[in-house]
Design a protein around this ligand. Sequence first.
Ligand code: ADP
Ligand code: ZN
Ligand code: ZN
Length: 727
Amino acid sequence: MSPAIVRVALPVPLPRSFDYTADQVEDGDLGRCVRVPFGRGEKTGLIVDLPDSADLPIERLKPVIAIQREAPALPADWLALVDFTARYYQHPLGEVVAMALPPRLRKADAVAGAEADPLLDLTDAGRAALTEARRESRAIALLRQLAVHGPRRRMLLREKAEGGAPAVAEALKRGWITATVATDPAAMAGAPTLTAEQQAAVDAIAASLGRFQPFLLAGVTGSGKTEVYLRLIQQVIAHGGQALILVPEIALTPQLEGRVAGRFPAARVVSLHSAQAEGARSQGFVQAMEGRADIVLGTRLSVFTPLPRLGLIVVDEEHDASYKQHEGVRYSARDLAIWRARQRGVPIVLGSATPSLESWHAAESGRYRRIELANRAVAATLPAVRPVDIRRETLQHGLSEHLLRAIAARLQRGEQSLIFLNRRGYAPVLSCPSCGWVSRCPHCTANLVLHLADRRLRCHHCSGETPIPTACPDCGNQDIQPFGRGTQRLEETLAERFPAARVLRVDRDAARTRAQWDALLGQIGRGEADILVGTQMMAKGHDFPQLTFVGVLNADSSLFAADFRAPERLFQQLMQVGGRAGRGELPGEVMVQTQYPDHPLYQCLARHDFARYAALQLEERKQARFPPFAANALLCATADEVATALAWLKDARAAALPFAQAFGVQVFDPVPMRMLRLARRERAQLLVEAPARPSLQAFLSAWSTHLWALKPPRDLRWHLDVDPAEV
Ligand code: ADP
Ligand code: ZN
Ligand code: ZN
């Protein structure tokens, strides 16, 4: 009998799979990991096909070294998912697989994980101890919690319960608590009564369980979207299904994990994210794949978790930029999640207070069903938002008198303020502070971008460029400036201005690790800070009952940034950060410092009118033929010198020109990137614009064959970015 052929996806930057022979293969080997000889060494890949014939004569194929049969095979729908990802994002399949799989997938992981986190409940002795207890102790406090809430997972008790791990250890040692067997994973603990809006949302979505239907759950911050997810998940688990919940930030997973685990004490919750230890990730992956996890919760990577009983997908904060990966395989987890929901015939809920314009448009056009939650679930009012006109004011280190007074008033009342820095404030567009002139491209609906290195203004769409003007072309003012300077010293400035106040900076530098982040959140929650200086991190998902004022600096830069998505992000961010103010009993107030107080963005913001803003933006995008009214891809190249990158991109463009037109696709001239140098490499890119995704896809698959055939200079690397987040 002749040996069988196995087709293997290997993690190498080539757009193809590799054929090998194996003495014995079974159908079950499809989707298994395999070690094979490659070049002078060995590599591990995944068997993606068992073809009848090979690309090469069979005698020229090498035999595999070993098929890993002790680990479970990846299911067919998972293979279809990675295959789609590879094709859609024009990335080698083997590299997609290597990214999507935990590095060392082992059967043993799942077995070890089986009882890693037992469900703990009171014993008779524990109940007796509780009634007889005369003195309070941390173990007794733990028993009381269990008596009130019912059994809990050990991990949750250790992390969240009063007394923590020592109390758990003590109660176990005394025989007051013991591991029990979970009977009903769908059992809920401590669920509030839904509001009428929430109930209507749950009913509408639940009616679609068992078939594909995307929902856009548009609900203001605090409207109780999470509560809606939890009720739906309950129904899914009760019917024997699994739920997948995607969240944007690792920092948000523990918080939601606690809430989910607390609600479903008997359900097996697995959380997955990229910062996890390899063992934990692989363990969770296998538990999900074997159907032993009821709920999988994680960041974008967890969209690749195999789920045999998948019943529902939730994408929380669906607009968040972190769903798009910015290196390697440049996928959008939100978009893949929708593909998966369709593939598996299950509903998907995209939740946000400020949906992406893509999703909003999809809802407007009827592809998604929109469900709105217009009211906060508790503490009713939305914060008062207003723009503060700073055109005629001398700022004190960037702070206006209004803002300083607002902070002082909070200090007096013992409440907290947050000064929010829009980091995109560094977007390098030139403007004139006296007349409001902004460097615009005469040929495009885009702004010219400041390239300081060679002192030129460039358009990233048409490659038009001019030298930097020495004075404002409109009014002659010689003091034209890039947006967004002078913000770094804000923390010091505030500390000087309010010497008695405790100023706390909350950004990526202050919260490098999870522990630091938790410590900061704890400090804020306990009211140990008066003024917070924060960036994007502060905008998301945390409730601070004492926080009643948010001041926003540097917002204007995003109005005129080169990237057409910048205003959308600004609106989202300001809505989100505004949502932090006044979530407790106290009403909130938001002030946005601006030179453009009449700008529609701020006007819509002040009215909390997302729908109006979305309509305006979509109209602009339609005029300018930006997504979702077009589909984009970027071809990016990096080299030691930008000239090399530009030359290669020119060749790439030339290769496309003969057939681009047939697809209705426009291929623009290559331009140096705004951040020209990154990690000592110089970068350039060219933009591809198609009328819609299908034509873009058809064009890209034709083009990529040419791209792979173009011999790149040795120092050149290139990649395609399909549906790029920034253009
Ligand atoms: P969102 O995800 O929309 O920001 P959450 O689900 O986090 O909102 O809810 C905001 C707050 O309101 C939370 O503290 C939550 O516990 C509470 N909450 C949500 N729904 C209800 C309800 N029906 N009854 C009482 N409290 C609720
Ligand atoms: Zn232009
Ligand atoms: Zn001017």
